[in-house]
Each structure stands twice: as structure tokens, then as C-alpha cells.
Design a protein around this ligand. Structure first.
Ligand code: LUZ
Ligand code: MOS
Length: 772
């Protein structure tokens, strides 16, 4: 059947032929005009005066909008903290903060006009990074989280060995190929239609309604597909949609707002950079006995998703490892920079990078191989008596599905890890300048939104009288293949081919009150909701068929290509036609809410994740110790998708996630100057991975015969985010190569991103420490 099979992405041919319709490709409605945002030129201070006359007088300009033109609220704070205005009024909190919008006949005219504003500021020193925010008292954007299990102070005191350290973990720009964009079309009365490149149409709907001062029922938000989201369109699309709608309402004309790449990068939030401070207690055999850690994050000028992002960092500070005593605290710091936001992994990757640093520290301190230290600290333990009780997380959820150890062992075998490690050590002994390194790291990622109520989804399925099917659900397509997976589920339910199913744009008018397509949950939630709708329709058709052909209901089955009714076989379309004539309803909504999960944030206890997704990667690199430059030579991956809904799509997610994670941990570096201006606001200065950065050898396998132990949709597992963290293997392979210059005696403490500059600095530091 079409489910659990390698089906191509429904839009694959359109993607490569340039025929897929993104928002900027929608035929422009008559009378369309263009908006552009006017941005603050300082990072922190008071807006004393804003002269917009030169903007108004510019050629083609139709109107200028400021906070005073907002009929509803000047507030798009998704946390309801009222800390995110559409337009700044008095206080300016980051460089590039929108002050106004200008609308003109052409996009070029709007962009030129936006630069003509004359703003007067009273500047205050900006707090730009974690160190500065801490030095100024450490104002937080949201409540911090504390996870605690056992008596950490006592466990540290009782540990034979202890060490302290600190790690910097960099941020990341989403660099979606399609930048933010919205097209707003006013309707009758107060109605507004907005095509928005968003992962969260329902939130855009609510924000547009709030800004326009109308009910949500007056606003329809639609998205057929995004050219990438990666978390950058979970909340950050709100601004662009609201400004386009505001202008459309004012002018009663369709308005498009598409910032250019530089403005997009200057305005929108990114992955949070963190500083992780840690103290670890351990023994000479590499067993971790206690971990006490603080994860501080640069959150930017408002809360946005920084609360749940920093929470998820703590939820992954264990990765696959059991800490007998543990305390972890988050420190979500306010800074005068862009408001950092969701990014694939949502804080989890930063938490996990910390966990792998703890392992590495213990390995170098004890002289054990890092992979051996990983193994010795895995959840579960190697024998049942050892395993007893060694499976409780810092948030008091018991890990019931731990397969990390098996995944590591299987990958180790497949990629010939041990022999290659020995060959690399031998190579390094005879190679004074080029040094090779290898590392194998596991991933365990918690699946579910930690905000429990987000774990719900709806769907709408229509069966037409010719037997073709319209499929709609609350999930959004950002290239990840969600729509084809849900279509496979529907095809399997009815026994029909994908060519009989029409995938339609996500719209708030068809399925209401949806959650963001995020947290890797798109297929888990929407696949189940769509199946629920199909089951409702099938139950009605089954009851009809049983009556009509005098059969027992359980003698009726929807099989691939036909419906079995007792001894009779008829085509799906034939049954549909007969049911229609008998006045059977052939349309249904579906709904799903994830079972089992609960979370008490105040107590730091619960069962926030329905299950875990696992994986492991082995990376081999070569560094040039004179320049710090490097190459990723080979990567082997074994990743757990449960029973994959679509192995071809999942493989693409694993490859893409790995490469995106590799970019984050190696070449992607965000730089702000002392005035708080982002210097890396274009691909000329911000280096994402390109085709030539792909590992020369790149073996990606899905774990076989590993159905999800929970009854998820066809026993599959979520795949969007977990593979990003497989790239931590590259950071540790680089570290291994660096460590070789010191005979593997000192921990390189290589921070992220491990740019060539950082690698070179680490090489020199390690050499100095061993006196080489
Ligand atoms: N978004 C969110 C997420 O709102 N809550 C989450 O827990 C989450 N996790 C991953 C990605 N996005
Ligand atoms: Mo996301 S980081 O799942 O939008």
C-alpha cells in the first residue's frame, strides 16, 4: 500500500521545475501595492522624534503607517506579555526594530522611501550578549526553569573527582530560501484574507485580528507551502502578516510585504546562543555521579518562545545519559538584539551539545575513550540490576523506550569505528600538519510540545461522488513532506492511490484553532487527525454497505484498489456513488490529542514527552593545524524513524537536518558590532553549508524493524528535528583532531561554532598546555 513506502514528495517535480507556487508567485491581484518596513538605526534608547514627511513625499508613496494607525492593539506578543509591539513608539529595544511601514505603487519605491525617514534618538548603551546582560544584573524575559533530582551538592561532595567548565554555543540564522512574506487582500466589511508564509496560520489569524481590532472570524489565513521554515516562521511571520493586513485595511487594496534578505535577517529572531556553565562529579571509571549546570541564553528584546526554548534545552541536558544526581537551571536573558525564537530542535540541540561536552570532559580527565564514557553512562545500564532506576530523567519522566545503546553498537559495527579510529591515530602519528579526528555521538530527542495543550490537531476530509478525495489538515508544508505523508495515511485508509487525493492549502477557514507545525509533530498529529476523519467516513460507508448488501459490518474491508463486501468486490468509487444515492454523508472532520503526556513546570516533574526518537552519527574530519581549516571526510548515520511513513522523505529530512546542524556547529557565525548592528546579514558574510561542504562519504540508514512502541500513526516516529543533533558528531570529531596535537591528554574545550579560527586557536591552546 502507499503507507510506509518511499513515495516522492507530491511537489518534487514542481519544486525542481520552478513551478511550485510560493506566495510571491501567486498571480498579483488588481490594484496590488507594496509595503516596506522602516527600521530603527539604534539598538537601545528613546525615539525622540520621527519625521516621516520625506517618506510621504517620495515618488509612488500611498501611505505611511505608524503605531497611531493601528485600529486594534499595537501588540503581537505571542506570550501575552505585551512585550512585542508591531511598531516601536517610545522605547527602542534592538537595532532594526520596525518604527513604521510605507506603502507605494512598486516595491522598489517603497524600499527607497523607507530610507528617507529622519529619526532622532536618545541612545542608551545596549546590552548585546550574555556576558553584558549578566553584568547588568541579568534581567530575564520569562520565568526560568529548574530541574532537580537527588541531592546534587552532597553527590558532588562525595564524588571522587570533580571539574568545572563553561561552554559557549552559538546561534544560527534560519536562512529559509523563501524569506518572510505576506499578501493581504481586504474583503467586504472588515474581512481580511492573508496569504502568509507561516508555520502557524492560527496564530497569524489571531494576531491580525488583534491588530485590526476585529474578531478572528473576520480573518482567514492561508498557506499552500513555505520555502523552508525551520522554526523561523513559528511566530516571526506575525509581524509581516499584520503589517500587510494593516496597510490593506487602510488603503482597501491588496498589499504585499516581502522584506529583502538583509532586512529579514536584521529584523527576525534566530536560534538562541547559550553559555553553559557546569560542574561535574565522576569517578575514575568515567561514571558521572552528579551534574550541576546553568544554561544561559541570549533571548533578545522580548520573550517570544524563549521560555519553552530554554526549557527544552534543560530537557536535553541529559541526551542519552543517566545522571544519578542533577540540577539544571535556565537563565533566559533579555538583550538588545533580535528576539531569538524557535529553530529546529528548539533549544534541545544546545542542551545536548552541553551533555556531550560533559562526556568529553570526563573522558579526557579519566583518559578513557569518549565513546566508552558515553556507553558507561547510558540510560538503562548494561545489566538489569545495573539498569534498575537508571532510567529516570532530570524531569522525573522514566525513559521506557531506550534504544540508544543498540543504535550506537549497530552504527559502530557498520562504520567499522574501532578500526578506523586506530588507523586515524596511526595516520596522525606520521602527519605533522594534517590531523584527522573521529567521533560517534548519539541522539535522544523528546517528542511532544512541552506546552501540553499544543499537542492537538484537526483535519477535514471530503469524498466527492466520483471517489476522489479532498484532504485538508492543520499542518503546514515547508518542504518537509508532511502533505504527502498525510495523503499516504488517507490513501491507505480508503485503499485508493495518491492520484485520487487532492492535497490542499492549509487555511484557518477549513480547520480552526491549530497548533504551529513544529516540534517535529506534524505527521504524528495531523496524520492521526486525518485518519480519524477517514475512519468516520468509512464507518458510515460500512454501515450503509452492510444494510445495502445484507452483510455483517466486519465482512466489509477497504483494501488496496477495492472494497470487499462479503464475497463481493467493488471499486471505492462505486461504493461512494451508491452511498451518495442513499444520502450518506461523505465528509468528516477529524481530531487527535496526544495521550499520556502531562507536565508540571513549577514542580519540574511530569511526563512531557510521548516517546523519544533516537539516532547516532559517526563523523570523520581532517584539520589543517596551520590554518584551522578542515574538511568533513565521512559521515555514517543510523537513525530511528520507527516504522517510517515514507523512507525517502525521512532520508531527506535526516540528510538535510544533519547538514543544517553541521552548518550551525561549524561555519555559521552571527556577528553584531558594538552598536548592536548585525554584521552578518547576507550570504556574503554568513556562511551556510553549500554542496561542496557535504561529507565526501555520507551513508545514511534508517534503523530497521523498530516500530514505535507507542501506537503512533502506523508506528512511525517524528523526524523533523532529531537528525539535526547528529551533527554534534562533527564538533567532536574536530575536537578529537585538535586533541591529537596534545597526545589526547587535554580536553580541547572546543566551543561552537567550531569555525576555522576557533579550531586554530584550540590547536595552539592545546599545544601550549602540553608544552609542545
Ligand atoms: N514549539 C513549541 C516547539 O512551541 N513548543 C515546543 O516544545 C517545541 N519544540 C520543538 C519545536 N518547536
Ligand atoms: Mo520548530 S523549532 O519545530 O518551529
Amino acid at each position: 500500500g502507499p503507507v510506509s513506502a518511499a513515495q516522492p514528495h507530491d511537489s518534487a517535480i514542481k519544486h525542481v521545475a520552478g513551478e511550485a507556487i510560493y506566495i510571491d508567485d501567486i498571480p498579483e491581484p488588481a490594484g496590488l501595492v507594496h509595503a516596506c518596513l522602516g527600521l530603527s538605526e539604534i539598538a537601545h534608547g528613546r525615539l525622540v522624534a520621527l519625521d516621516l514627511e520625506p517618506v510621504r513625499a517620495a515618488p509612488g508613496v500611498l501611505c505611511v503607517l505608524t503605531a497611531g494607525d493601528i485600529p486594534g492593539q499595537n501588540d503581537i506578543s505571542s506570550t501575552h506579555r505585551h512585550d512585542e509591539p508591531v511598531f516601536a513608539t517610545e522605547m527602542i529595544l534592538h537595532h532594526g526594530q520596525p518604527l513604521f511601514a510605507v506603502v507605494a505603487e512598486t516595491r522598489d519605491q517603497a524600499r527607497r522611501a523607507a530610507l528617507l525617514a529622519k529619526a532622532e534618538y536618545q541612545e542608551t548603551a545596549p546590552l548585546l550578549d550574555i556576558a553584558a546582560a549578566r553584568a547588568a544584573g541579568g534581567e530575564l524575559v520569562t520565568d526560568p526553569l529548574k530541574l532537580e533530582r537527588g541531592d546534587v551538592s552532597a553527590a558532588l561532595a562525595a564524588s571522587p573527582r570533580r571539574l568545572k567548565g563553561s561552554m559557549a554555543i552559538g546561534g544560527q540564522d534560519h536562512f529559509y530560501l523563501e524569506s518572510q512574506i505576506a499578501l493581504a487582500i481586504p474583503g467586504e466589511d472588515e474581512d481580511m484574507f492573508v496569504a502568509s508564509s507561516t508555520q502557524h496560520p492560527s496564530e497569524v489569524q489571531h494576531m491580525v485580528a488583534q491588530v485590526l481590532g476585529v474578531g478572528s472570524h473576520a480573518v482567514t489565513v492561508e498557506i499552500r507551502r513555505m520555502g523552508g521554515g525551520f522554526g523561523g516562521k513559528e511566530t516571526q511571520a506575525n509581524l509581516f502578516a499584520c503589517v500587510a493586513a494593516l496597510a490593506a485595511r487602510k488603503l482597501r487594496r491588496p498589499v504585499k510585504l516581502r522584506p529583502d534578505r538583509d532586512d529579514d535577517m536584521v529584523i527576525t529572531g534566530k536560534r538562541h546562543d547559550f553559555v553553559c556553565d557546569y560542574e561535574i562529579g565522576f569517578d575514575d571509571d568515567g561514571h558521572i555521579l552528579a551534574v550541576d549546570t546553568v544554561y544561559a541564553a541570549r533571548c533578545g528584546w522580548n520573550a517570544d518562545l524563549s521560555g519553552p526554548v530554554t526549557d527544552r534545552a534543560l530537557f536535553h541536558m541529559d541526551n542519552c545519559y543517566f545522571y544519578p544526581a542533577v540540577r539544571a537551571r535556565s537563565e533566559p536573558l533579555r538583550t538588545n538584539t533580535v528576539s531569538n525564537t524557535a529553530f529546529r530542535g528548539f533549544g534541545g540541540p544546545q542542551g545536548m551539545v552541553g551533555a556531550e561536552r560533559f562526556i568529553e570532559e570526563v573522558a579526557f580527565a579519566t583518559g578513557l575513550d569518549p565513546l566508552e564514557v558515553r556507553r558507561r553512562n547510558l540510560y538503562g545500564g548494561s545489566s538489569s540490576s545495573e539498569g534498575l532506576g537508571r532510567n529516570v530523567t532530570p524531569y522525573h519522566q522514566t525513559v521506557e523506550d531506550m534504544i540508544g545503546g543498540e543504535v550506537i553498537a549497530e552504527l559502530e559495527r557498520r562504520c567499522d569505528y574501532k578500526a578506523r579510529q586506530e588507523a586515524i591515530r596511526a595516520f596522525n602519528a606520521g602527519s605533522p600538519i594534517i590531523k584527522r579526528g573521529i567521533a560517534l555521538t548519539p541522539v535522544k530527542f523528546g517528542i511532544s510540545f512541552t506546552a501540553t495543550w499544543y499537542n492537538q490537531a484537526g483535519a477535514l476530509v471530503h469524498v466527492y461522488t466520483d471517489g476522489t478525495v479532498m484532504l485538508n489538515h492543520g499542518g503546514t508544508e515547508m518542504g518537509q513532506g508532511l502533505h504527502v505523508k498525510v495523503a499516504q495515511v488517507v490513501g491507505h485508509a480508503f485503499g485508493i492511490g495518491l492520484d485520487q487525493i487532492k492535497i490542499t492549502a492549509t487555511t484557518t477557514g477549513k480547520v480552526p484553532n491549530t497548533s504551529a507545525t513544529a516540534a517535529s509533530s506534524g505527521s504524528d498529529l495531523n496524520g492521526m487527525a486525518a485518519l480519524d476523519a477517514c475512519e468516520t467516513i468509512k464507518a458510515r460507508m460500512t454501515a450503509f454497505a452492510a444494510r445495502n448488501w445484507q452483510e455483517e459490518p466486519d465482512a466489509i474491508a477497504f483494501l488496496p484498489g477495492r472494497v470487499q463486501i462479503g464475497a463481493r468486490e467493488i471499486a471505492f468509487a462505486e461504493l461512494v456513488q451508491a452511498a451518495y444515492m442513499a444520502r450518506i454523508q461523505l465528509s468528516a472532520t477529524g481530531f487527535y490529542a496526544t495521550p499520556k503526556i502531562h507536565w508540571d513546570r513549577k514542580a519540574g516533574r511530569g511526563h512531557p514527552f510521548y516517546y523519544f526518537a533516537y539516532g547516532a552519527a559517526a563523523a570523520e574530519v581532517a584539520i589543517d593545524t596551520l590554518t584551522g581549516e578542515y574538511k568533513v571526510e565521512r559521515v555514517d548515520i543510523l537513525h530511528d524513524c520507527g516504522t517510517s511513513l515514507n523512507p525517502a522523505i525521512d532520508k531527506g529530512q535526516i540528510e538535510g537536518g544533519f547538514i543544517q546542524g553541521m552548518g550551525w556547529l561549524t561555519t555559521e557565525e552571527l556577528v553584531w558590532d558594538e552598536k548592536g548592528r548585525l554584521k552578518t546579514h547576507a550570504p556574503s558574510t554568513y556562511k551556510i553549508p553549500v554542496a561542496s561542504d557535504r561529507p565526501r562519504i555520507f551513508n545514511v540508514d534508517l534503523l530497521e524493524n523498530a516500530p514505535n512502541r507507542e501506537p503512533t500513526i502506523h508506528r512511525s516516529k517524528a523526524v523533523g528535528e532529531p537528525p539535526l543533533m547528529l551533527a554534534i558528531s562533527v564538533l567532536h570529531a574536530l575536537s578529537d583532531a585538535v586533541a591529537s596535537v596534545g597526545g589526547h591528554r587535554v580536553c580541547p574545550r572546543l566551543d561552537a561554532p567550531a569555525t576555522p579560527e576557533r579550531v586554530l586557536t584550540a590547536v595552539e591552546r592545546v599545544k601550549a598546555e602540553v608544552g609542545a
